[in-house]
Design a protein. Structure first.
Length: 120
């Protein structure tokens, strides 16, 4: 699918073995924002989210959702590797930002909603 600057790519970038190694490295290396930075506002009331959140990418990018604006952390080597591999498959442009939502287990989830988040 490629419409109005929308580019959806379904691609296996890494073998299972390499993906497992990358996952373990991400588990060790990713730094998450403090929970007070990632609350959501629903009907003018603030609630904690049931996930850890982090954002990495080009300098001066931000991510805004539900009244929060999160700064971007500098890319770490494992994320550079992932972006480099993913960018090989793009015809136009390149990925420069990674938003990470880390759920505790398969039981944590968010309810039905429509995102109005945006980046800058």
């Amino acid at each position: 699918m490629n419409e109005n600057n929308l580019n959806v790519v379904y691609q296996q970038y890494f073998s299972k073995k390499e993906a497992d190694q990358i996952f373990e490295e991400l588990e060790r290396e990713i730094e998450y924002f403090p929970s007070e930075m990632t609350t959501v506002v629903v009907f003018n009331k603030r609630y904690p989210v049931l996930r850890k959140v982090s954002a990495y990418g080009d300098k001066n990018l931000t991510y805004t959702f539900s009244g929060n604006t999160l700064p971007t952390k500098p890319l770490i080597p494992i994320l550079v590797k992932i972006l480099k591999e993913a960018n090989k498959f793009l015809k136009d442009g390149s990925f420069n930002y990674i938003l990470i939502n880390r759920y505790k287990d398969g039981q944590d989830k968010i309810g039905s909603h429509r995102d109005n988040g945006y980046g800058s």
